[in-house]
Design a protein around this ligand. Structure first.
Ligand SMILES: Cc1cc2nc3c(=O)[nH]c(=O)nc-3n(C[C@H](O)[C@H](O)[C@H](O)COP(=O)(O)O)c2cc1C
Length: 230
């Protein structure tokens, strides 16, 4: 079984670390890719993907497409920017629109773990990744959230900036020291949750994931959410 791990953060920091923790616990063959430095635009709704389920926009998503198709499961991570997932991760996931048309079967019924990281919280981002996965009829078997270091810890003005994360988290008299900088390694509960999610993903794959029934289950869940919203 092949599991593709993607960190959608433009930095190779805490999101990458947490995605890797999940991957390592799966016990399966894994590949990790950071989207840092990649050129991936958002979906432009050109509908060029409708007939063949292949996006026609020429950028770094092209090389990632085959890896997505070949993988049996995904560990997708993104960073919390303004309480939503960071733009690069959003662009990347928008482009999964190419898999949805004309009963495209490239990803439906596969499995995922969603990873969200924020300077304060990653939970909303993990929830958003789960929604993206559901739209492609992918079952999210686990969600993990952790706290990373906001840029305010290294920008040079963190101790005095009144609107920055340092004062928000630790108050106006705060001094930045190594001890107070959030790191995934310092969060045993988060690491344990990541390992549990990775193990659960590996076990689901090894027990034989019937993609047709998984897709049906996610479609029913989506249907319920549509009903609630209308
Ligand atoms: C533009 C921007 C907006 C951010 N907004 C939030 C936010 O609303 N909530 C939050 O918890 N963290 C926020 N952060 C902090 C990041 O989520 C944090 O630095 C996290 O560690 C990023 O993941 P990474 O370490 O993998 O890059 C923001 C960071 C940036 C650069």
């Amino acid at each position: 079984m092949k599991i593709l791990g993607i960190s959608g953060s433009p930095r190779k920091e805490s999101t990458s670390r947490l995605v890797q923790e999940v991957l390592d616990a799966t016990g399966e063959d894994t590949e990790f890719i950071s989207l840092k430095g990649k050129n991936i635009a958002g979906c432009i709704a050109c509908l060029g993907c409708v007939k063949e389920n292949v996006c026609v926009v020429k950028d770094d998503m092209q090389e990632l497409r085959q890896k997505i198709v070949d993988a049996d499961a995904y560990v997708i991570g993104a960073a919390n920017y303004f309480m939503t997932m960071n733009g690069l991760a959003h662009c990347f996931l928008e482009r999964w629109y190419q898999f949805r048309h004309r009963e495209g079967k490239s990803v439906t019924g596969k499995l995922a773990v969603a990873v969200g990281v924020g300077g304060a919280m990653g939970t909303p981002v993990a929830d958003q990744i789960e929604t993206f996965m559901a739209y492609n009829l992918i079952d999210t078997v686990g969600k993990v959230s952790g706290q990373g270091a906001a840029c305010c810890f290294i920008c040079g003005y963190g101790e005095t900036c009144k609107v920055g994360a340092v004062q928000m988290l630790f108050g106006p008299e705060c001094k930045i020291t190594e001890e107070i900088i959030p790191k995934i390694e310092k969060q045993p509960k988060v690491l344990a949750a990541a390992q549990a999610a990775g193990r659960a993903l590996g076990e689901r794959l090894r027990s034989g994931n019937d993609r047709a029934s998984t897709a049906q289950k996610v479609a029913a869940y989506l249907g319920e959410r549509f009903k609630e919203a209308t």
